[in-house]
Design a protein around this ligand. Structure first.
Ligand code: PMP
Length: 428
């Protein structure tokens, strides 16, 4: 059984052979590798080859694959039953755990994905403000809800076009798009849409167009401008929530959101999302209030118990601090090695998220700062890394993640393998 033969079959069953686009390797070329199992920092493919995994299911697996303590919790949860569709204590325990630690989350609602969390938070914001417009930022991804699948049109900030087929012409009528890293554009959008913007939504650490850490002053400017205009600030912490420490990137940047969206780490690798915020906003959600939102599998008990076990383990073992230290040491080691063999590369790191990219003079805080040569370079680098036993995300614009299962020895091996891949990128 080879990945090639499985992929030929998959092409006959799913669009592009996959159930989420990046998995198809279109960003790097070649045939996707079919994985059969995973433990710790490693994936094993269907032929028995193993890879050090820096994709980590695109972020949720902060403890690595199949953490033994979490696995025990998951097995117990399944033994008890895997979906009740009733009230149960497990979502209550996870909600209480979060509310006790995150001051801006007074109430929250569990859903099954980050997309759902964002969609629902925006509905709450529109209901709370009785306004229709939403402001988002070019290069941020917030899931695949219709009105967020838009990008800035040419010219003026605020003109938008659909970034997917299948959307009605007027889907973007209420979505405004501004560039990141630009205070003036924020001021301009608020000036030209006085009193109509329900919410501004942003990834506090944009990590869906490479890794584009923002200036704290920019985020604070956005936050203060929102306050002045009665616009709600929604932080999309689907990636950074419970990865950037228990209070997420909001705490690192000292920005307080009105609503926050979670996904990925909150479910420890099971399909869980959540949105939350101040009580008076969240009380608008059904059945407490008039904003409808529901889910057959919402607050799935297995996801709830795995999520809580993951977060408790992180807290009880100083997990976030250890992860930060590991990530810092790894990024330094990799940077030193790359400087010797491939000086045109940079390692960008934020906490336990990193991105290797072509060097650019000056800051890289917006998509248009990314050198054009990056994507082509990454295709070759990705395949050389794969041949060296490293599984990076199969797209030049997806970021890599570290987990606590990536121990010192694994990281030293990985840094060496990545430097070798950078020195000898694959030929096509
Ligand atoms: N927001 C952000 C910041 C994300 O990174 C993602 C997914 N990568 C989403 C929302 C959507 O989450 P999901 O894929 O779980 O629907």
């Amino acid at each position: 059984m080879s990945s090639e033969s499985l992929f030929q079959r998959a092409l006959l069953t799913a669009p592009g052979g996959v159930h989420s686009p990046v998995r198809a390797f279109h960003g790097v070329g070649g045939t996707p590798i079919f994985m059969a199992s995973a433990r710790g920092a490693r994936l094993t493919d269907v032929t028995g080859l193993t890879y050090i995994d820096f994709c980590l299911s695109f972020g949720p697996l902060i403890l690595g694959h199949h953490d033994p303590a979490v696995a025990e919790v998951a097995h117990r949860a399944i033994t008890d039953g895997w979906s009740y569709g009733t009230c149960e204590p497990y979502s209550l325990e996870l909600a209480e755990w979060i509310i006790a630690r995150v001051p801006w989350v007074e109430r929250l609602r569990f859903v099954s994905s980050g997309t759902e969390a964002v969609m629902s938070a925006l509905r709450v914001a529109r209901a709370a403000t009785k306004r229709s417009d939403i402001l988002k930022f070019e290069g941020c991804y917030h899931g695949h809800a219709d009105h967020l699948l838009v990008k800035a049109g040419s010219g003026l900030a605020g003109t938008v076009t659909a970034s997917s087929a299948g959307l009605p012409d007027d889907v973007a009528a209420h979505t405004l798009v501004a560039p990141l890293d630009d205070e003036q554009s924020i001021d301009d959008v608020f000036a030209s849409h006085a009193g109509t913007i329900a919410a501004a939504i942003v990834e506090p650490v944009p990590a869906n167009y490479g890794l584009l850490p923002q200036r704290e002053e920019w985020l604070r400017h956005l936050s203060e401008t929102c306050r002045r205009h009665g616009t709600l600030l929604i932080l999309d912490e689907v990636i950074t929530g419970f990865r950037d420490g228990v209070r997420g990137a909001a705490a690192r940047y000292s920005v307080t959101p009105d609503l926050v969206c979670y996904g990925k780490v909150i479910g420890g690798g099971f399909p869980v999302g959540a949105y939350g915020g101040r009580a008076e906003l969240m009380q608008l959600v059904a059945p407490a209030g008039p904003v409808y939102q529901a889910g057959t599998l919402s607050a799935n008990p297995v996801g709830m118990r795995v999520g809580l076990a993951t977060l408790q383990q992180l807290e009880e073992t100083d997990g976030w601090e250890r992860l930060e230290a590991h990530a810092d040491a790894f990024a330094r080691d990799l940077t030193d090695r790359l400087a010797k063999v491939a000086p045109a590369l940079d390692v960008v790191r934020h906490g336990s998220i990193f991105w290797i990219r072509r060097r650019h003079d000056g800051p890289v805080r917006r998509p248009d700062h990314i050198p054009n040569s990056h994507a082509e370079w990454y295709r070759h680098f990705f395949h050389a890394a794969l041949a060296n036993g490293i599984y990076l995300p199969p797209s030049p614009y997806e970021v890599s993640f570290l987990s606590l299962a990536h121990d010192t020895e694994t990281l030293a091996d990985a840094a060496m393998a990545l430097a070798d891949a950078a020195a000898h990128p694959a030929r096509e």
